[in-house]
Design a protein around this ligand. Sequence first.
Ligand SMILES: [Zn+2]
Length: 200
Amino acid sequence: MSSYPEILEDLITSLSYLPGIGRRSAERIALYILEADLDKVKKLSELILGVREKIKPCSVCHNFSTEELCSICRNPSRDKSLVCIVEYPKDVLALEKTGTFKGVYYVLLGSISPIEGRGPESIDLSRLINRINKGEVKEIIIATDSDAEGEATAVFLRDVLSKFNIRLSRIGIGLPLGSQIEYTDSATLSKALQERKPLL
Ligand SMILES: [Zn+2]
């Protein structure tokens, strides 16, 4: 039986649900919160609620956004005819860190995984296909991870997108098999983008 007051015990339990946080870390964070400057704690709790309430998928590319369009889609200097397809917003962040990509993105918010039973219905291409049908897209770079799910997703994307009259390529040269975009360093990603392989 814990000797902590119930509310503190509840906080520790809630924190332990966070990814990568076990009971011991949760306890350490809870005790830190208990003793930290009150303004800092208030700010933290406001931010936790704020990100849930204010961040929504961009209506064009599904990237994180606090407005209808994300900052990349709103930027007039980005090339809207060049679209890079990624699995998650964290992949956009990794590619943006390279500073070399001047196009825009399409975030799938998922991937296909035959092993886990996730088929094509788990990704939504409708907004991308709308953009293609409007003639806005000339080239698409598939930048899904080079693990099993990313490769299965890339094969599906190639099958669907090869029906359109656009240049199609796959990032990946120089990326080790099984690697994930979000954990790949900027120099390797930058090279992988430049040396993309055309898909027929
Ligand atoms: Zn966007």
